[in-house]
Design a binder for this molecule. Structure first.
Ligand SMILES: *Cc1c(COP(=O)(O)O)cnc(C)c1O
Length: 369
């Protein structure tokens, strides 16, 4: 049997008729930048999250970048980020001119450890940029409390957590603002690049709206030096279709995650995701750890099972942050994750027999290691 890590074509196949209708609606409208389709998606996604504003942008990195810019965070400012995340989180801070200040994760949830945040705060700190990694919410309450005490903003990176909740609340509607990605492989994925900013902050929403459109409110009158990361109306139309299935498809992911949890519990030396009672993850990824991860990955590949490593190089050791002069051992938890994590296949179109096959082969491989 072949089990691919990701099956994007099935997301198209299941919704073909509706996606085609959305495509034709946008083409027939004769309007190809922003406009009604983008506004409609923004309204629907804000409603889904239960927040006041959603502003469509070109991708997740730009969403985070615009939030930072709109809050005036830039040169000389520090922003607390997780030591383990997709590098885009750090790049958004760097792109705005700020300095990412890494904080290590909780060893069990892999999300930023709220207990370590205060020690990283300096007079230059302006914001805490949290990431709901792998689709599981960060422990928000203590972080919001720290932010109140130190007068910092909380910005959420919701690129992996569409539909994930924290104590019943949607991620992306708890901090001051959030930056989201609709990259095709995400839970709520477009068919190309796309992203958005979500917030309840009137002033921020207004600034992001101006910044994403060349710094202009009225065509050819530019108040500030803006950017051009607008959400494509075609992607907005396709996302509107996908949004109607997000809960159902997340439910399918949750069923697979529950099956994995029950079925893989006894696998030798394998650690399964730890889920605290206050979160209902969206299961963007199902990440296990194993001390001999590379061998395990190879054995599964030999059995036709696709897996990925999220992520093999922590940002502080990547070439992009060579200026940090980081030595190995500087952020040991992030480094240990890079060496031991393995993402098993999970998705709304994964068949039951594929899930069974993966569990069987993981057991077999672990027993041999
Ligand atoms: C995917 C991702 C991003 C970046 O999104 P793009 O749309 O690819 O720019 C940012 N942060 C995290 C955690 C992501 O997973």
């Amino acid at each position: 049997m072949k089990v691919p890590f990701l099956d994007l074509h099935s997301t198209y196949a299941e919704l073909r008729g509706e996606l085609t209708a959305a495509f034709e609606r946008v083409m027939e409208s004769g309007w190809y930048i922003l406009g009604e389709e983008v506004t409609a998606f923004e309204r629907e996604y804000a409603e889904y999250l239960g927040c006041k504003y959603c502003l469509g942008v070109g991708n997740g990195l730009e969403a985070l970048h615009l939030v930072l810019r709109a809050y005036g965070i830039g040169s000389g400012d520090e922003v607390i980020v997780p030591s383990n995340t997709y590098i885009a989180t750090w790049l958004a801070v760097s792109q705005a001119g700020g300095l990412p200040v890494p904080v290590e994760p909780d060893a069990r949830t892999f999300n930023i450890d709220p207990a370590l945040i205060e020690a990283a705060i300096t007079p230059k700190t302006k914001a805490i940029l949290v990431v709901h990694l792998y689709g599981q919410s960060v422990d928000m309450d203590p972080i919001l409390e720290i932010a109140r005490t130190h007068r910092l903003r909380v910005i959420e990176d919701t690129a992996q957590s569409h539909g994930a909740t924290y104590k019943g609340k949607q991620t992306g509607a708890m901090g001051n603002a959030a930056g989201c990605s609709f990259y095709p492989g995400k839970n709520l994925g477009a068919y190309g690049d796309a992203g958005c900013v979500t917030t309840n902050d009137d002033e921020l929403a207004d600034r992001v709206k101006v910044l994403r459109n060349y710094g202009s409110r009225v065509k050819y009158y530019n108040e500030v030096k803006g950017y051009n990361p607008r959400l494509d109306p075609m992607q907005a139309g396709l996302l509107r279709v996908r949004l109607t299935r997000n809960d159902e498809w997340n439910a399918r992911r949750r069923r697979i995650a529950a099956t994995y949890h029950a079925g893989l519990a006894g696998a030798k030396s394998l650690t399964l995701p730890h889920v605290p009672e206050w979160t209902d993850p969206a299961w963007h990824l199902f990440v296990v750890t194993h001390p001999q991860r590379d061998v395990l990955q190879r054995k599964l590949a030999d059995e036709g099972i696709g897996t990925l490593i999220h992520y093999p190089v922590p940002p502080h050791l990547s070439g992009a942050y060579a200026e940090f002069n980081s030595h190995k051992g500087r952020y040991p938890l992030a480094e240990r994750m890079a060496e031991t994590v393995l993402s098993l296949p999970i998705g709304p179109h994964m068949a039951d027999d594929a899930v069974e096959y993966v569990m069987d082969r993981v057991h077999k491989a672990c027993a041999e290691l």
